[in-house]
Design a protein around this ligand. Structure first.
Ligand SMILES: [Zn+2]
Ligand SMILES: [Zn+2]
Length: 255
C-alpha cells in the first residue's frame, strides 16, 4: 500500500479524466490520497471529492499565496469544515517568501491563525515553507508549549531546518523533485530523515518525476517515487511503502 499525502486533484488540470486518474492510482497501489486545499474554492471542492471517493481525504487550509485576498467571512467558515469526518489535516498553510504573492506580514498572520486552528481541532498541519525557514520555525515555536503536529510538505530546505523540524516532532514529506538531476542536496536529506518521520506525496499536478517533466503529475507516481527513495536509502520498495503508509495512517488517522 502507498499513500499520496498531498495532491491537488480538484484543480482544473484533472477535469477531463479525474475519475480515471484516481482509478489508475488505486491500480498502482496508492490506496489513499489526501486532497489538499489552497483556497476557499479548493476547500469546497476537496470536501466534494471526499464524498465521491471513499479513499480520498481532505486537508482544509488557505495557501500563503492567498493570504492577502482571503476575507474574514470566508475564514469564519474554516472551523466548520474541520469538523467533517473526512478532513484529516489543516493545510496547506505556511509561508512562501520565494514568490511573495501576498505581503509577508499577511502570510505570517494567516499562518498563526491556522496553527491555532490545528491545535484547537487536534488536526495535523500540512506546512508549505519556501525561503522562509526562520519565520516558519518562529511561528511553530510560538504556541506556548502546546504540541504541534504536522508535516513540512515538498521539503526543499536546508539540513539545519530539517533537523529543527524533526526536533519539533514534525514529519518530512518528499515529492518527485528528489529525482531531478540538480537535487543532490535534497537526496542527502532523503537519506537523513528517520524512517518513522518520512512521508511521500506528489503535489500533483506539479513536479512530475524526471523523464516526465513538464507533464502533469498524478498520484500513481507515488509508486516510482517510493522505488527511487528505496534505492537511495538502500532498502526494499516494500519497506518504504510500509513505513511511509504507516506514518501517514498514524499522523492523519486515516481509516
Ligand atoms: Zn505547497
Ligand atoms: Zn500543494
Amino acid at each position: 500500500m502507498l499513500v499520496d499525502t498531498h495532491a491537488h486533484l480538484d484543480f482544473s488540470d484533472f477535469d477531463p479524466d479525474r475519475k480515471e486518474i484516481i482509478q489508475k492510482a488505486a491500480e498502482a497501489g496508492v490506496k489513499c490520497i489526501i486532497n489538499v486545499s489552497s483556497d476557499l474554492r479548493g476547500c469546497l471542492a476537496s470536501l466534494e471529492l471526499t464524498k465521491k471517493y471513499e479513499n480520498i481525504f481532505a486537508a482544509i487550509g488557505i495557501h500563503p499565496h492567498g493570504a492577502a485576498q482571503i476575507n474574514e467571512e470566508d475564514l469564519q467558515r474554516i472551523p466548520g469544515f474541520l469538523k467533517n469526518k473526512k478532513v484529516v489535516a489543516v493545510g496547506e498553510v505556511g509561508l512562501d517568501y520565494y514568490r511573495n504573492l501576498s505581503p509577508q506580514d499577511k502570510q505570517r498572520e494567516l499562518f498563526s491563525r491556522f496553527i491555532g486552528l490545528s491545535l484547537d481541532s487536534q488536526l495535523p498541519l500540512i506546512i508549505h515553507s519556501r525561503e522562509a525557514e526562520a519565520d516558519t520555525l518562529t511561528a511553530l515555536k510560538s504556541c506556548s508549549g502546546r504540541d504541534i503536529k504536522g508535516v513540512i510538505h515538498c521539503f526543499s530546505g536546508s539540513r539545519d531546518f530539517c533537523q529543527e523540524c524533526l526536533d519539533l516532532g514534525l514529519s518530512i514529506s518528499f515529492t518527485c523533485n528528489v529525482t531531478y538531476k540538480k537535487s543532490d542536496a535534497l537526496r542527502e536529506l532523503v537519506k537523513y530523515v528517520p524512517s518513522n518521520r518520512l512521508l511521500l506525496e506528489t503535489d500533483c499536478p506539479y513536479l512530475s518525476p524526471e523523464g516526465l517533466r513538464g507533464k502533469r503529475n498524478e498520484p500513481a507516481n507515488v509508486r516510482p517515487l517510493a522505488q527511487f527513495i528505496a534505492d537511495l536509502r538502500g532498502c526494499s520498495f516494500e519497506e518504504i511503502a510500509k513505513n511511509t503508509s504507516d506514518n501517514a495512517i498514524s499522523l492523519f488517522k486515516l481509516e
